[in-house]
Design a protein around this ligand. Sequence first.
Ligand SMILES: Cc1ncc(COP(=O)(O)O)c(C=O)c1O
Length: 360
Amino acid sequence: MSDGTLPAPRGDLAGFAPYRTQQMDAEVRLQSNEWAEPNPAARHLREEDLERVLLNRYPKAATELLAALAERYGVGPEQIVLGNGSNEVLLYSFLLFGGHGRRTLLFQPTYSMHARLTQTAGGTVAEERIGLPYAVTRERALGAVERHRPEIVVICSPNNPTGTLVDEDVILAVARAAPRSLVVVDEAYADFAGVSVVPRIAERPNLVVVRTFSKARAAAGLRLGLLIAHPTVAAMYRAVQLPYNVSALTAAVAARVARDEAEVPRRVRQCAVEREKVSAALARVPAVETFDSVTNFVLFRIRSGAVDDAHARFLREGVLVRDVSSWPGCAGCLRVSIGTPRENDRFVAALDSVFGRVKA
Ligand SMILES: Cc1ncc(COP(=O)(O)O)c(C=O)c1O
């Protein structure tokens, strides 16, 4: 019989709550920045391809996938570290370069997992509060590096939840100012913006870039992310990486998705048109302040009135958006992902009933 005694977790994780993405039921789901059009696995793997995926064996090196990615990013395959979603390669960054007594500098508001994973790895978060509009200037960035002397700096560009880019000059200035620190550039949404700092890794070996298949590649369910680094830094990651962290099935599908080159620019074009429609509709709502975005989501702030009330009203109209009002500097803010054209029309149509009743 148990006496009710439980094992004790590390003290700094004792109060940790699970990561939540507000997965309520709704017809129109615009809360997770996924690509909304269906992307079935059967589009990529046929029966004969599946015959070659042998589940009894541990996966072989993902040579085909690495070759496709190396070509796409103009790097060597040895510079790529694969992960079970980009969250996994982010976690490796904090385990390797962070941990007890080490600091991660974040420019808030930003993707909340960067802080959570820092803490999971035992490290300490140092925050520079940028707020809205989100402008990470060279002065702010270098000042924060000087003050906090972090072992890791994370720059999310384009940034979630603001939808805005951080200038390459700022990123490089940080990498130059702190050559012994790891500068992680989270480019989860970079396909939508059409810019990347990957070509700068050659000159700044402390720069690593994180990409994902979850957004413009329409494969969030596949769980494939990657990190691109200087070959020596990539080898450091490989030394701590879990063996066989990407399944044979994932690697087989991902190799095809990675070669699906025409689809990404098509989605990016469609997203730009739809984002314009959604942003323009939000801009017509006096009760709302809308922030410009280069991504597949738009951040907006309710000028006055309760944000949870607005969120609930959207839900009553069948539309689920993300309440990000508890993120640092985001009081009053909601974030809407760009969905299919019909879903975006539903969001636009809901604006009247949501804000007609929220006091401006
Ligand atoms: C900035 C950013 N990085 C990483 C991720 C995680 O993506 P993945 O599905 O590759 O783990 C997300 C997901 O929303 C994100 O917004």
